[in-house]
Design a protein around this ligand. Sequence first.
Ligand SMILES: C[S@@+](CC[C@H](N)C(=O)[O-])C[C@H]1O[C@@H](n2cnc3c(N)ncnc32)[C@H](O)[C@@H]1O
Length: 219
Amino acid sequence: MTAREGDSYVHALRFRWLTPLYDGVVAATTRERTFRAAVLEQAGLRPGQRVLDLGCGTGTLAIEMASRCPGLQIFGLDGDPEVLARAERKAVRAGVEITWQHGLATRLPFPDSSFDRAVSTLFFHHLATEDKVSAARELHRVLRPGGQLHVADWGPPTSRLQRLLFLPVQWLDGFANTTPQLAGGLTDAFRRAGFEGVQVSRRIPTPLGTMALHRADRA
Ligand SMILES: C[S@@+](CC[C@H](N)C(=O)[O-])C[C@H]1O[C@@H](n2cnc3c(N)ncnc32)[C@H](O)[C@@H]1O
């Protein structure tokens, strides 16, 4: 599935030629061990569950999930086939089994009620406001009743310094897509999509701004 006019799509580091640097940049700048561990702990994963990692990129979260919790059925979806090829190579090296799926967040290629959990990290700020809502609606559709959504992404800053530190991310990934998240745009998007119990459970300051950990319930 390729992006069509109107779909918001931004590469992992905006420019395709920067993708080989992605894992190193994220490791050095985002406190990824802290926020990824927080997402996986909050998700309360159990063997046998089907889990979707939306906008999985190079697969770091999905691979960590598979290593921490054997027995999950994990699907990683991303709009970039090149980044998925990287994810696949990393999973083979780690010795874990994950289904990598090419597709767009606003048109998920999965049936209704097919997942117990959906997780997503550093992804939603790549989408335009209306696509954040469309992607959240798709997650609501593919989660089963009683399912949960756990998302870590840039959110309201914890200080003025944190606001300033976020400017390079905005320059790279686009002001239009990132600015609404500073004012709680993601919680709005999840509520508009029909999720209940939407909350920011933790805010994690990083060298590139504040990471907000969200949770939401599919009633
Ligand atoms: C910053 S990366 C995050 C990757 C990974 N989740 C992580 O935590 O490292 C954002 C990813 O979203 C993907 N992406 C952007 N827009 C998309 C869309 N509309 N549908 C699916 N994937 C998309 C990009 O290809 C990229 O791999």
